[in-house]
Write a protein that binds this ligand. Structure first.
Ligand SMILES: [Zn+2]
Ligand SMILES: [Zn+2]
Length: 209
């Protein structure tokens, strides 16, 4: 698998492009801003779908642009639908260059669901807490976890926004750290990437939560 991580927009959201090298099929994850830059990076590949790890505007801001450009399905968990109209941060879409309204998902992500990308299988892990519908994507063949805002290098996602839930966040983190091995690469929703092992050893929140 080829993985391209593009920090986009004012909040530097990590938009990930997962590409199956045999078929050139590409999955776009969290296209929050800078649709043109994302489209440019997709040159030579065949985009087959768009996934939002969760419904915050900084992660879905360019779903509409990409859907219109490529006519491909959009996937997100049903529990985050209430976030798509962005009543959370009114007017913020103009500042971060989001193209709203974000279309409703064509298919809802569910825990344990598998998305195929060429010859790759991508497993959906529902990990609520930051938002009720946050889902991680795990590519076992490549040992890569796309974690959205569940987890950051040395930190964890906020649970104080509407729909956030600290006890759900704790169970989701417990699950991820019990199911995944130390050498799994973690692409976080913002900032640098990390590994499960690095966070298991050094993340202060995992001990104090
Ligand atoms: Zn978020
Ligand atoms: Zn975010």
């Amino acid at each position: 698998m080829l993985l391209k991580v593009l920090p986009v927009g004012l909040l530097s959201v990590n938009c990930s492009l997962l590409v199956d090298e045999k078929t050139g099929h590409a999955l776009i994850v969290d296209p929050g801003a800078q649709g043109d830059k994302i489209i440019e990076e997709l040159d030579g590949y065949k985009p087959v779908g768009i996934v939002a790890t969760h419904g915050h505007i900084d992660h879905v801001g360019q779903v509409r642009t990409l859907k219109e450009r490529f006519s491909i399905p959009f996937y997100m968990h049903r529990a985050d639908l209430f976030l798509l109209d962005n009543t959370l941060w009114p007017g913020f879409e103009r500042q971060i260059g989001a193209n709203l309204p974000c279309p409703e998902p064509d298919m809802y992500l569910e825990d344990g669901m598998t998305l195929s990308l060429g010859e790759l299988s991508i497993v959906v892990i529902h990990t609520p807490g930051h938002t009720p519908g946050l889902c991680c994507l795990y590519v076992e063949e490549a040992k890569v976890l796309i974690a959205g805002d569940l987890l950051f290098k040395g930190s964890v996602g906020r649970w104080d926004l509407p729909g956030g839930d600290l006890s759900a966040l704790k169970s989701s983190l417990n699950r991820i750290f019990s199911e995944l091995e130390d050498d799994v690469l973690v692409v976080c929703g913002h900032y640098e990437e990390t590994t499960i092992g690095q966070e298991r050893r050094w993340n202060p929140y995992l001990r104090s939560l």
